[in-house]
Design a protein around this ligand. Sequence first.
Ligand SMILES: Cc1cc2nc3c(=O)[nH]c(=O)nc-3n(C[C@H](O)[C@H](O)[C@H](O)COP(=O)(O)OP(=O)(O)OC[C@H]3O[C@@H](n4cnc5c(N)ncnc54)[C@H](O)[C@@H]3O)c2cc1C
Ligand code: HEM
Length: 405
Amino acid sequence: MLSESQKDLVKATVPVLRENGVALTGYFYNRMLTNNPNLKETFNLGHQRSGAQAQALAGAVLAYAENIDDPSVLMPVIELVSHKHVSLNIQAPDYDIVGENLLHSISEVLKIPMEDDLIKAWAAAYGQLANIFIETEKRIYDEHQKTKGSWLGWRKFKVAKKVAESAEITSFYLQPSDGGPIAPHHAGQYVSVRVVVPELGIKQPRQYSISDCPREDHLRISVKREEAKEDKVGGWVSNTLHQNVQEGDEIEVSAPTGNFFLFDSNKKNVLISGGVGLTPMVAMLNHLVSLNMPQPVQFIHACRDGKVHAMKQHLKDLKAQHTQLNTLVAYEFPQDSEVQGEDYDVAGRLDLATLSDEQLPKDADYYLCGPAPFMQAQHKTLVARGIKPEQIHSEAFGTGGVNFS
Ligand SMILES: Cc1cc2nc3c(=O)[nH]c(=O)nc-3n(C[C@H](O)[C@H](O)[C@H](O)COP(=O)(O)OP(=O)(O)OC[C@H]3O[C@@H](n4cnc5c(N)ncnc54)[C@H](O)[C@@H]3O)c2cc1C
Ligand code: HEM
């Protein structure tokens, strides 16, 4: 238990951490990965390259210090991060490694001896936070353990089929190599996938939303290739999957997890996506189709143009079969050959303010997924139209989407 004076010491560290937070966590990651090189196959080294992970952890540590009197206010975020930790098979002993490296980093960066009361206070505070995570994660692991067809850690899956869905998105149909069953997931959940990245010579994990409703013998993920461009290096795992992983190859897959999924199929649902953010939405839509779509569904999708418009025909086919399904597709930069009303509905950026109340019903649940600025813009417009924030659910595809503060 943290004493009152320890709480005061931790709270007093907030301004120092604000100033040194990112430098501190950068130092911490280097220290931890140098001392525990096996953890390089757990952490997203892409986020280390871009600094995103250091900022996410710094934000988490700060928010925790600020809420030390009542850490329960952080529970929704802890739940979200715990799902990600579980998908990466993070276990209780890993918290000791992180804790030890974090405390030594605070000591080394702030030049405070390890025996100082401040470090002892942080040790107690970290222990308290780690216990909350460990408990939350144990609950999720236990659920997987008792569910038939679910699994703990990494399970080998064979790539049964690769299907190009657009110029940059390819679907991977994954079958368990052990031939066993797959527990049904909640439509919208994701898996972690782990492959050897040739450039690094080690495995790297990434999360991918399952892009279909539960199927007995396979899972499907749909991956956008993060191509190298003038101002951007190529993405490690997406390029490995597109270029190096062939049909018949095996990859490692975690059990489906995540708390972004279709909550109520008996309500009106509005599914709004930008770019590759359509993957969890197609899973939700296919799930609703499997239930014969009890309520009206709006499927709203924005992308650059027809070349990158994934699963276009699938959506058209569903629309032709289900009168309850309404679709709206916005192309930001339609090609001259693309016809409004046929290939797409709206030219330019998606602007929800222009849609009707029938398209955006007040009594619907809303699901959002896409690039961060896209989601922020849609969220703002929905709230301005009188949709309550608790009706809007969203998924961020990168680290740092979690707002701890
Ligand atoms: C819950 C969840 C679900 C997801 N679902 C999907 C999905 O369905 N489909 C999908 O395609 N993706 C999905 N993602 C994203 C996916 O996990 C990966 O982040 C994505 O595939 C990129 O991984 P990568 O290894 O190819 O790129 P990385 O190597 O991780 O690089 C990521 C990006 O950072 C850039 N970058 C790298 N280094 C730097 C640097 N030094 N400075 C600046 N930028 C840099 C790269 O150019 C690249 O664009 C999801 C993510 C989450 C968290
Ligand atoms: C109390 C301790 C911890 C805190 C506060 C914490 C916090 C976080 C946060 C905020 C994220 C980002 C989530 C997101 O943006 O989606 C994250 C992701 C992650 N965490 Fe933790 N974490 C802790 C412990 C651990 C431990 C013990 C490990 C394993 C050794 C670990 C490994 C990871 C990995 C691999 C990711 C995903 C990395 C990425 O995608 O960049 N974490 N954690």
